[in-house]
Write a protein that binds this ligand. Structure first.
Ligand code: LHQ
Length: 259
């Protein structure tokens, strides 16, 4: 069993911790494949309602482990990305459960892409992000050419990618790279509290909401409206909706799933 990703379940929140702190959780094949496998298991585990991805030690993820690539004069980067990072990012985006990236420290290169890929991004005040790729004359990968321009526009994305300067938590919040920033000393507790609040929300409706948002990012308004109409039917037929309506009528708090 690999130790590069630790896994812990508490109150329906599965926390996956990247665990190579001496290398700022730089990503090896083993780490990437273990993380993807853990996400796939979480997708079908009824005990898991929310997934948190975070890092051990002072880093979130420093991107590709550059030591692991050494010695290869003509590395197959296309094959590497297709085998490791691409399935990971797709697993996060298609998981029918919310994935929170809890960015505890530096996120660089593909680690920045991972930080951006969450449904909600929670940052410690100690976190920073660098699109470090250009500093070693590579291009942004692991989805950041898709995520970043949708968040900040193409010109600002280009600037961040070209200069690779470290963005601190205050700037990240202003730019829309994260939703919440918490003091470092309370970070883990705040993340768990946030995740538990999310876990109390209706899981089926949230899965469909995530699906609708993903769809809308590549659709015109007409197609998005129609897709909403189809998914709304599925939401309306689910027991969760009955529970929500009954709770409203009886002026009580709804108790959502699992159904
Ligand atoms: C590391 C790393 C690291 C190994 C810190 N690897 N050891 C690329 C190629 C192939 C296919 C897939 O796609 C990609 C995409 C990429 O991700 S390219 C970008 C790769 N990442 C980087 O270029 C970032 C490199 N790291 C840094 O620039 C700095 O370490 C940052 C800015 C992240 C943090 O700086 P500091 O806080 O000053 O920490 P540090 O540099 O002292 O690092 C601590 C240790 O971690 C150190 O080891 P040491 O033995 O000296 O204590 C670093 O060598 C090691 N480390 N990143 N990516």
């Amino acid at each position: 069993m690999s130790t590069s990703v630790l896994s812990g379940l508490r109150n329906a929140v599965l926390t996956l911790t990247l665990n190579r702190p001496e290398r700022l959780n730089a990503a090896t094949d083993d780490l990437l494949l273990s993380l993807t496998a853990a996400l796939e298991r979480a997708g079908t585990d009824p005990d898991v309602r929310v997934v948190v991805i975070t890092g051990a030690g002072r880093g979130f993820c420093a991107g590709q482990d550059l030591g692991e690539l050494q010695g290869d004069t003509a590395p197959d980067l296309t094959g590497h990305l297709r085998r490791t990072y691409n399935p990971l990012i797709l697993a996060i985006r298609s998981l029918p459960k919310p994935v929170l990236t809890a960015v505890n420290g530096v996120a660089a290169g593909a680690g920045a892409s991972l930080a951006l890929s969450g449904d909600v991004r929670l940052w410690s005040e100690a976190a920073t992000l660098s699109m470090a790729f250009s500093s070693i004359a590579l291009i942004p990968d692991a989805g950041s050419t898709w995520f970043l321009p949708r968040m900040v526009g193409a010109a600002r994305a280009f600037e961040l990618m070209a200069f690779a300067e470290r963005v601190d938590a205050g700037a990240a919040l202003k730019l829309g790279l994260c939703e919440q920033v918490y003091p470092a000393e309370r970070f883990a507790a705040e993340v768990q509290a946030y995740a538990e609040r999310l876990a109390a929300r209706p899981p089926h409706a949230l899965a469909l909401t995530k699906q609708a948002l993903n769809f809308s990012l590549n659709a015109d308004l007409g197609a998005a409206l129609d897709h909403e109409a189809v998914l709304q039917q599925r939401a309306g037929e689910h027991a969760e909706h009955g529970e929500g309506l009954d709770a409203f009528r009886h002026k009580r708090k709804p108790e959502f799933g699992p159904f």
